[in-house]
Design a protein around this ligand. Structure first.
Ligand code: SF4
Length: 401
């Protein structure tokens, strides 16, 4: 399909130009890029085996994507064996309907950060259906209050300095919150604690899923995912099928590479969730619904991913670990943040936008703002050749497939 580039470009160019003129974006990104580079350099020195492990992960991700159907079947059977319920959603609408079928209305929901959740507009959808939904990740919570979308896949509120956070919190909490980061964190901690323990449902994504065991691996630092997935009586995982790998050992390798390139020597928490809570403490009889959730659901979402896997020129994009490293190196992202994006951002986001979140209409303007400089490839643990894919997208935007 070809697109009317002039029409699609106008709005997008306006947004990029506004972003370039926004001094808050410049300030926040300059600090973040420096911090990212320094921390990653130091981390790689401490853990020098990481690049070789990344090579191994790249190979196993390629093999996994070539065997998606089989992995999905195995993973769904594993979830059911663990007394969870597994669903497959072909597209966004199906995923939303399955989630709503489980949740219903008038529920309180605490939610962890998830790019797939953004893709689905999950919070907005559940709110429209009469539920109260809270983003528990601090950055996502800030954006929920500001009614904005994420500007980075890992640090969603990267563009909001502490002064603006204080403003929005003072208004929401109806008291003076100073522009002091420790105070800002404290006020959210106090507010959110009550939500975790009164919520009906916790929703999370997963960084990687081991098909053989049905284990969902969720990396985090804040401790919000532990609480959001451990305290409410129901836990729903919504995860893209590209997160599947064959074994638990494979999943651990993917997780380590992900957090290392996301600039952590070791993250605060690595959650491994495989089913509802259980105990065998009385007469060794396994009983479900102990201290954690009584019910556990997993919705595996396709929505363009298996189509991407079939296309030789683009399948590599599915290897993306969402570490966010490439964005810190991207010269366009450095001055525009997530405005160089539509749900997914930067060069890799261009490919994901085309197949998964916005189609060619949204992806084509992004493809033309990518400089194809290749700096992202240098940083990427999966060495994803984004410039080549962007070139192909430009061609398709004019001549079609
Ligand atoms: S494309 Fe590479 S560097 Fe960018 S988020 Fe994905 S894995 Fe990380």
């Amino acid at each position: 399909m070809t697109v009317d580039l002039r029409k699609d470009f106008v709005e997008y160019a306006k947004s990029l130009n506004n972003a370039c003129a926004d001094t808050n974006i410049q300030k926040a990104l300059t600090r973040s890029v420096d911090a990212y580079r320094n921390t990653v350099a130091e981390t790689m020195e401490r853990f020098p085996h990481t690049p070789a492990l990344a090579e191994e992960v790249r190979e196993l991700k390629c093999q996994s994507m070539a065997n998606l159907d089989k992995l999905l079947e195995t993973a769904m059977a594993s979830v059911e064996r663990n007394k969870g319920k597994a669903f497959y959603a072909k597209d966004h609408q199906a995923a939303l309907e399955i989630a709503l079928g489980i949740i219903g209305t008038n529920k309180t929901i605490v939610k962890g950060k998830s790019m797939l959740g953004e893709e689905l507009h999950l919070r907005e959808y559940l709110e429209e259906k009469g539920n109260e939904v809270w983003e528990t990740d601090l950055g996502e919570f800030i954006l929920q209050l500001r009614k904005e979308r994420p500007m980075h896949i890992l640090s969603p509120s990267i563009h909001v300095p502490r002064e603006q956070v204080a403003e929005v919190f003072s208004k929401f909490f109806n008291k003076e919150v100073p522009p002091d980061i420790a105070e800002e964190v404290k006020v959210v901690r106090e507010f959110m604690r009550e939500k975790y323990f009164t919520a009906d449902i916790g929703i999370s994504g997963a960084n990687v899923v081991a098909a053989d065991t049905g284990a969902m691996v969720i990396i985090e630092n804040e401790g919000n995912v532990r609480l959001a997935t451990g305290a409410p009586p129901v836990h729903i995982v919504i995860v893209g099928v590209e997160k599947l790998v064959p074994t638990f050992q494979d999943a651990m390798k993917v997780a380590e590479v992900t957090w290392r390139y996301a600039q952590y020597g070791i993250p605060g928490y690595v959650n491994i969730v495989s089913g509802p809570s259980k105990t065998g403490d009385i007469e060794k009889v396994t009983t479900y619904g102990a201290h954690g959730p009584k019910e556990f659901y997993v919705i595996f979402v396709d929505s363009g991913r298996s189509e991407m896997a079939k296309q030789e020129k683009f399948s590599e994009a599915l290897n993306c670990l969402r570490c966010g490293g490439c964005m810190y190196e991207c010269p366009v992202f450095q001055v525009t943040a997530g405005h160089f994006g539509h749900i997914y951002m930067g060069g890799i986001g261009t490919i994901w936008t085309a197949f998964v979140s916005g189609g060619m209409e949204k992806a084509a303007p992004m493809a033309y703002s990518c400089l194809r400089c290749g700096r992202c490839v240098e940083r990427c643990p999966m060495s994803i050749n984004v410039p080549a894919m962007v070139g192909e997208l430009r061609k398709r935007s004019i001549y079609g497939e």
